[in-house]
Ligand binder design. Structure first.
Ligand code: UD1
Ligand code: UDP
Length: 363
């Protein structure tokens, strides 16, 4: 069997690393080919994840780079098609919801090559998000749908997708976190920024709805205010860095830094007093770690993080950022220091999702 894996962006590397490793362990005879689309290309957005997660070097680099949605999607399709024709894989695996995902899925199905979608069935029900369009299309055309939470099964059913295509395997992003616990827990990366564990607000913001307009500057103003009560550490995504363009005024306790390596970022999350984000993956990781998470969006495609975890939807409203210190103080008063009170993770977020997929592929 020959499997071709599509990797393009930072969260893709984290989701796919355990699967590639599990297939190698379970079925060493399987020929696995790795395609890096090049949607993300800075060292801190790409190469460092291969190094830290032990992902083998890509067999093919498409080098599509940045561009409009149509440009990025079209470049992946054009450059992937000849490669699929030449290598004729038995299965193409696409993760998550980025442009590389939908582009690769479309290219493969039109060549009659079966597609498996990792992290299928998530829905924000917000079609202004490019990711929602990517998810809907990918799930409709993929042959195999690997799902990480029960609500995703219901979403697929509501869209008329036959039940037998989907299986509830668990969360491979959490597999990566679990596999690296012994490496990131002792790091205390916050000390590099002269911060004490438990004391600071960790921030990531990169969604177009927030960072491509004036809301970003409102968020910075609110973070300046919060930083007088608790220090704020903000590893800035390159999209956000480009939008800020050096135009924001920053208080002394608001630290804007480069994107962190994966191990360092997990350490910063685990030691944070709280996290403010609009990331999908970070809502999941904070749920697993039991760290209070505030999501600066009107919706989430990951409601399980709200039902079972520590995630609070603030809405797409930067003014609400200033409420965070008070909410955390209230939570700590009610249940003690956050690091001591990690709740049960959602079902099958147990570090073994990729093994379940590898077993399924083997049989
Ligand atoms: C993409 C995904 C988003 C995902 C995010 C993860 C789509 C539609 N969006 O958003 O779902 O949550 O990745 O991080 O696929 N840039 C660099 N260096 C890089 C990569 C990007 O400078 O290595 C800058 C460029 O200015 C680029 C911008 O970031 O134009 C946006 O990159 P792009 O990949 O188009 O979208 P993301 O915002 O990263
Ligand atoms: N991450 C990282 N360094 C950072 C920010 C995030 O390693 O500076 C990791 C994070 O731990 C998670 C993933 O990147 O595993 C989330 O990616 P991102 O927020 O870019 O994408 P999304 O999940 O929103 O699609």
């Amino acid at each position: 069997m020959r499997i071709l894996h599509i990797l393009g962006t930072r969260p893709n590397f984290v989701k796919m690393a355990p699967l590639i490793a599990a297939v190698s362990r379970r079925s060493p005879e399987t020929d696995q080919l790795i395609v890096h689309t090049g949607q993300h290309y800075d060292r801190m957005m790409s190469e460092i994840f291969f190094d830290q997660l032990g992902v083998p070097a890509p067999d093919f680099m498409l080098e599509v780079g940045s561009g409009s949605h149509a440009q990025q999607t079209a470049r992946v399709m054009e450059r992937l098609e000849p490669l699929l024709v030449d290598n004729r894989p038995d299965l193409v695996v696409v993760p998550g919801d980025v442009n590389s995902t939908v582009a690769a899925a479309l290219t493969a199905v039109k060549l009659g090559i079966p597609v498996a979608h990792l992290e299928a069935g998530l829905r924000s029900h917000d079609r202004t998000m490019p990711e929602e369009i990517n998810r809907i299309i990918t799930d409709q055309i993929a042959d195999t749908l690997w799902v990480h939470s029960e609500e995703a099964l219901r979403n697929l059913e509501l869209e008329g997708i036959p039940k037998e295509r989907a299986s509830f395997v668990g969360n491979t992003m959490i597999d990566s976190l679990v596999a690296l616990q012994e490496r990131f827990r002792p790091l205390e990366s916050c000390r590099q920024f002269s911060l004490e564990p438990g004391s600071y607000l960790l921030v990531t913001l990169h969604r177009p709805a927030l960072v491509d307009g004036p809301l970003l500057f409102e968020a910075i103003a609110a973070l300046n205010e919060v930083s007088t009560l608790m220090p704020v550490l903000f590893p800035v995504h390159p999209r956000t860095r480009a939008r800020l363009a050096g135009n924001a005024e920053l208080a002394d306790n608001l630290h804007l830094v480069d994107p962190a390596g994966y191990l360092e970022f997990l350490s910063l999350e685990a030691d944070a007093g709280a996290v403010l984000t609009d990331s999908g993956g970070i809502q999941e990781e904070t749920t697993y770690l039991g760290i209070p998470c505030f999501t600066l969006r009107d919706n989430t495609e990951r409601p399980v993080t709200i039902e079972l975890g520590t995630n609070v939807l603030l809405g797409l409203d930067p003014a609400r950022i200033s409420e965070i210190p008070e909410i955390i103080a209230g939570q700590e008063k009610a249940s003690g220091p956050v690091q001591d009170t990690a709740p049960e993770p959602p079902p099958l977020w147990d570090g073994h999702a990729a093994d379940r997929i590898a077993d399924q592929l083997a049989s």
